[in-house]
Design a protein around this ligand. Sequence first.
Ligand SMILES: Cc1cc2nc3c(=O)[nH]c(=O)nc-3n(C[C@H](O)[C@H](O)[C@H](O)COP(=O)(O)OP(=O)(O)OC[C@H]3O[C@@H](n4cnc5c(N)ncnc54)[C@H](O)[C@@H]3O)c2cc1C
Length: 413
Amino acid sequence: MVNVVVAGAGIVGVSSAIWLQRAGHIVTLVDRMEDRTRTSFGNAGVLAAGALIPVSVPGLLKKVPKMLFNKNEPLFLQWAHLPRLLPFLLKYLSFARIDHVQHYAKNMAYLLGDSHEQHQSLAAGTGAEGFISNDDYCFGYATNGSFIADSWTRDLRRMHGFVVEELDGATYAERDPMYYNQFAKVACYKNHGRISDPGAYLASLITHFQAEGGQVIAASIEDIDIHESQCRALITDQGKISGDHIILAMGAWSGGIAKKLGIKKIALESERGYHIELHEPNMMPKAPMMVAAGKFVITPMKGRIRCAGVVEFASADAPAKNAPIALVKRQVKALFPELKYEHMTEWMGRRPATTDSLPVIGAATTCDNAHIAFGHQHVGLTGGPKTGRLIADMVNKKPGNADLLAFHPARYQ
Ligand SMILES: Cc1cc2nc3c(=O)[nH]c(=O)nc-3n(C[C@H](O)[C@H](O)[C@H](O)COP(=O)(O)OP(=O)(O)OC[C@H]3O[C@@H](n4cnc5c(N)ncnc54)[C@H](O)[C@@H]3O)c2cc1C
């Protein structure tokens, strides 16, 4: 049994903390504890087990200029940040190769493939079980052409064992009348999953962690104290928080401390996304739906519909902009002219994106007693619980059968 300090209480940090606690360790979670700042608070709630395609795919580079100058495309850049972002973006785009997409798909199939079961195991006995459901995850295509153009993504997922049902829009409408004529084609990935309220789910897991004796310290983490290959403490605005072992799980904000833990190459950026929530709506979708053209997901949540997605590059701390949220609003209005609701809320979040789109999970290279778990970009809710379990196994020196090399921090050394 050791004292473990987990930096960051998003889904990755909390999952790590719970699995470490279950393994008998004394665990402290350190976080700013500002609910709405967490990416794990405002995501689309999809357990996207078959999300095996990164954003950076062949052909992306050609599309980028047109996308950036068209306010109806789901890619945004805050231009003032371009000089700082350029090295990251160039590296990121260099992975838009088919061999890398295949490498990504193979490794992410392992990390994400059993996400529904992983969430059930994490939540078992915590009181958070009720937030998890076993929905299909559907993709709606406005035209036959866009459906056909995307067929390679369905083939790749099928190759990895995922079951895809392909339907005409009219057939899908019989299942969910809210989508009465919006799509020519719908592809439904079977037995994926959904969290009905990601913020409340996380809060419930944290409450359980505390009830089991875990400590939560609300503090802003500023640095890490390393001495002779030992990570001794987190340095915070509340003083030093020391432990025998440290886990870095600060999502999009992990970069500064990651450098001290051996991540020397340009690795991490904040890939921002937005959501709007329509409260007390007069209609409710039955399952999460990715609007393929708009790159956002419409998800039923408790008492509201959440529409979340789009991509914006800026910095983690840059203020939210109007244009991405205005695009989501326009698209939702165009899709559902009859949709009425009581009020709307808005949110911006930061996906932790790595240049190769693969998360960084494994032992730090500069400290013998630290592990790293960040970089889950669009699928951290899906992959968080399994990551937490892997981290706990690593701390416990319990080797698994899986080859985790693709996630290893050493690739960024
Ligand atoms: C619009 C949108 C939709 C998404 N939809 C989905 C989806 O449907 N399915 C899915 O799987 N994923 C989705 N994602 C991605 C997913 O939300 C993230 O990958 C995931 O939440 C990352 O979790 P995390 O624990 O790494 O980071 P976070 O949840 O961001 O947690 C990091 C924590 O570290 C803390 N922290 C950071 N810096 C400091 C500091 N200096 N001091 C103290 N504390 C600090 C923060 O307060 C935070 O609590 C979506 C993301 C966005 C933006």
